[in-house]
Design a binder for this molecule. Structure first.
Ligand code: ADP
Ligand code: ZN
Ligand code: ZN
Length: 806
């Protein structure tokens, strides 16, 4: 037998299949999707088996044998293996990078493994029993494999597949597999029931335990906590002494939400708009045809309730659900809503979990113990095998695009997976991405709309404050008088304010504080970026550059400045202006510690502060009835980022944060401080008019030749020497110009926005196209033509076929 292996070596040059022979000892157990250790360039490396054949182009005698089989249960399903190939081709990623991205962090690196007993020793095959009489853990699987004979190894493999044994990675001491004392029946069920009858009067607790266990599968094991409702720990120990129960240490899966109470909730009666939407989704499920829905529902229109009820339907059909939410909205409030409805059938995956916790959540999915996962981007790879629905909440969020290899977008992956299962994908948002809305308008996605808030709550009134006027009136502080007055009024009424400091984009652009002027590229309709090294303003799309102005070219003011301030500074200023105001500040600094995010929110929810001040992380998911004012400081700081999505992001963020106000009985109000009160991305927030924003922005995209009218692909080249980068980038541009169709435009070479990182110079070139069927092929050709430069000359190339953060 011959295995086709993808080796875990991060190099373009070895991004292909290598053949290895399969020694007899693994012949029975090896399957597609298993990881193995193989010799590669004279050292052992990890690899993925992606095929098993009996043929090879290389003579069998020359093939090296697989050294070790790492997984006995393949961690990647057939569907995921095929998906990996598609993603690899579309994103031009290394095959191994995609395969690894699909696994929990703990399984990506070479690790030490331990073998654990998962059932009563008696149930194991006779050859294995002696090993487990002594201890329930065979420390270090590799050592055990060295000592064990053929028959024992095979018996172990069978036991692992039956779930009687498990092999667990030991990532670090902290993340080592968690073990618990567990109890199980040591006698037959009938015998247990007999004993229980005789103990009923004298020892009711012991009897209760036996009665319970007599009705269960004989081999099941239970923790003390699980049996506590029947009998105390003492009763359990007594039963062990009587040889009616046995006890041992077994691996249990961690629960990151252990000890947390989730009050169960049932379905709400749907409102008419919700009803229509849910029916459409259910119809689609029943038709068993893949379909992508775009659900545009204003903030507070009850989208989450739709998700919950659609998932309930999915579970009734014995199918599984993936729910993606942006990392920052994986707040307890969001998780609670899913846990409250589906209890322990929900796995949660986000970056705040430890490696071990993530691994266990992943294993719960693989072992079929849960059927819903709520998670950030990478949860799209959850190893379910009967998917019934995929939901992407806040589908416009940039975090769904991975900005490192493999550069995939969770939305495209979702649709690929949904096609394999013929199930619906729901993209939900109050402010859909232009790409998605354009697709929905064309009928590629099915558009569903909810225009009204639940409970007839009105959309909050939005007031714009022109900060240029404030300055004219001599107010040089970061707060308008209006804002301070309104915060104070809320405090007196015992209501709360959310204050957003939009920090993204600070000090990359310059602005005239007197007239709001921001220097733009004359060719691209994009603000110029200030390059510290050259002291110049540059356009990173076309390379245009000009010197940094000393005075404003519009009004001749000398107040032309970089823009920037931090949350800490805002907090200090607020305290000076409003005596004894109670502020909770939420930013990267105050939320670094695990659980601090939740603590701060709970405190705020309990009325522990007048103001919740924070960066983008406060814009999403908060649903507190007492928030009646939302203030935005410097609404336009993001507007001038050198990114064609800058207006879109501004509109989305402001709409999101405005949506936090007045979601319940009390009316909400929003106050937006801005230097660009006439910019459509700000005026349309005031009008709550997504469609009007969409149409204006589409015109601009059309004129500038940006998505969704054109597709963009970006190639970034780096090298320690400037001359070499320019030379290679130029060669690449001409390669592209001669290989791609005439209608495709190639911009560049131009310097990257940050022209040097870690002593490497960076240049880029951008491809804009409408239809370019050859693109992937040409890019693959490009990579192979420049292979020698990449391998020998330390040139690095990054290709992004769908760049998100420009
Ligand atoms: P969205 O996700 O669209 O912002 P949510 O799902 O958070 O909206 O709903 C806003 C609020 O309305 C929540 O507190 C939710 O519990 C409540 N809600 C949603 N649907 C209903 C309904 N059909 N009846 C009563 N309350 C509802
Ligand atoms: Zn000016
Ligand atoms: Zn330009």
């Amino acid at each position: 037998m011959i295995a086709n292996v993808i080796v875990d070596v991060p190099s373009q040059a070895v991004d292909r299949i290598f053949d290895y022979s399969v020694p007899d000892e693994f012949a029975e157990t090896i399957t597609r999707g298993c990881r193995v250790h193989v010799p590669f360039a004279n050292r052992p490396v990890q690899g993925f088996v992606i095929g098993l054949t009996d043929q090879s182009d290389i003579p069998v005698s020359k093939l090296k044998p697989i050294q070790e089989q790492i997984d006995l249960i393949p961690p990647l399903t057939e569907e995921l293996l095929q998906l990996a190939e598609k993603i690899k081709t579309e994103t031009l990623s290394l095959h191994v990078a995609v395969l690894k991205a699909m696994l929990p962090q703990a399984m990506r690196a070479k690790y030490q493994k331990n073998l654990h007993l998962q059932t009563a020793p008696e149930t194991l095959e006779a050859v294995l029993q002696p090993f487990f009489k002594e201890s329930s853990v065979m420390a270090n699987w590799d050592e055990w494999r060295k000592e064990a004979d053929e028959e024992e190894k095979k018996a172990a493999a069978r036991a692992i597949r039956k779930g009687q044994l498990s092999v667990e990675p030991v990532v670090s001491t902290k993340d080592a597999a968690k073990k618990r004392l567990v109890f199980g029946l040591a006698v037959k069920n009938e015998k247990a029931r007999e004993e229980a009858e005789t103990l009923k009067i004298k020892a009711p607790k012991q009897a209760a335990v036996l009665f319970y266990l007599a009705d269960q599968d004989k081999d099941s094991l239970y923790t003390v906590q699980e049996l506590e409702t029947y009998g105390s720990k003492a009763a359990l120990e007594t039963l062990v002494k009587k040889d009616l129960l046995h006890k041992q240490q077994a691996v249990v899966k961690r629960d990151p939400y252990e000890g947390r109470e989730f009050t169960a909730t049932g379905n709400l009666d749907l409102l008419p708009e919700q009803d229509v939407v849910l029916k459409e989704i259910i119809d689609c499920m029943e038709s068993e045809q893949q379909r992508t829905f775009l659900l545009r529902g204003v903030t507070g229109s009850g989208k989450t309730e739709i998700y919950l009820q659609a998932i309930e339907r999915t579970l009734e059909e014995k199918k599984e659900a993936i729910v993606l939410v942006p990392e920052i909205s994986l707040t307890p409030q969001m998780v609670n809503r899913f846990k409250a409805r589906f209890g322990s059938r929900v796995a949660v995956m986000h970056s705040a979990l430890s490696k071990g916790e993530k691994y266990d959540e992943w294993k719960k999915i693989r072992d079929g113990e849960v059927d819903v996962v709520v998670g950030a981007r990478s949860a799209i790879f959850a190893p379910f095998n009967n998917l019934g629905i995929i939901i992407i909440d806040e589908e416009h969020e940039a975090s769904y695009k991975q900005e490192e290899a493999p550069r995939y977008h969770a939305r495209s992956v979702a649709i690929m997976r949904a096609e394999s299962y013929a199930c619906p994908v729901i993209l939900g948002s109050a402010t859909p991405s232009l790409e998605s809305y354009a697709r929905a308008s064309k009928g590629v996605y099915r558009l569903l709309t909810m225009e009204n808030r639940v409970n007839d709550a009105a959309m909050p009134a939005v007031t714009l404050v022109d900060m240029r006027d404030e300055l004219r009136q001599g107010n040089r502080s970061m707060f308008s008088d209006d804002l301070l007055e309104r915060i104070e009024a809320r405090r007196l009424k015992g209501e709360q304010t959310v204050l957003l400091l939009n920090r993204r984009g600070y000090s990359t652009f310059i602005m005239c504080r007197d007239c709001g002027y921001v220097p733009q590229c004359p060719h691209c309709d994009i603000s110029l970026t200030y390059h510290r090294t050259s002291q110049a303003l540059q356009c990173h799309y076309c390379g245009y550059s000009e010197t940094l102005p000393v005075r404003c070219p519009e009004c001749d003011s000398d107040q032309i400045r970089f823009f920037g301030t931090g949350t800490q500074k805002v907090e200090e200023e607020l305290r000076k202006q409003l005596q004894d105001i109670r502020i909770i500040r939420m930013d990267v600094d105050t939320t670094r510690k695990k659980g601090s995010h939740e603590k701060l929110l709970t405190e705020f929810g309990n009325g522990g502060a007048d103001i919740l001040l924070g960066t983008q992380m406060i814009a999403k998911g908060l649903d507190f009835p007492n928030i009646t004012l939302v203030g935005v400081l410097a609404a336009d700081s993001m507007l001038h980022l050198p990114d064609f999505r800058a207006s879109e992001r501004t509109f989305q963020l402001l709409t999101q944060v405005a949506g936090r106000a007045g979601r319940h009985k009390k009316t909400g109000e929003v106050l937006v401080q801005t230097y660009s009160p006439n910019h459509y991305s700000i005026t349309e927030v005031k009008q709550h008019d997504y469609l009007s924003f969409y149409e204006k922005e589409m015109q601009i995209r059309k004129m500038g030749g940006y998505p969704p009218f054109y597709y963009i692909a970006m190639i970034q080249i780096s090298h320690p020497e400037l001359q070499k980068v320019v030379e290679v980038t130029e060669k690449m541009s001409s390669f592209l110009r001669s290989s791609l169709s005439e209608t495709t435009k190639i911009f560049g070479p131009v310097a990257s926005p940050i022209p040097r990182i870690k002593d490497r110079y960076r240049y880029q070139c951008m491809i804009k196209y409408k239809v370019e069927p050859k693109l992937t092929e040409v890019l693959h050709d490009l990579m192979s033509s420049f292979q020698s430069d990449i391998a020998r000359n330390d040139v690095q190339i990054i290709i992004d076929t769908n760049p998100y953060m420009m």
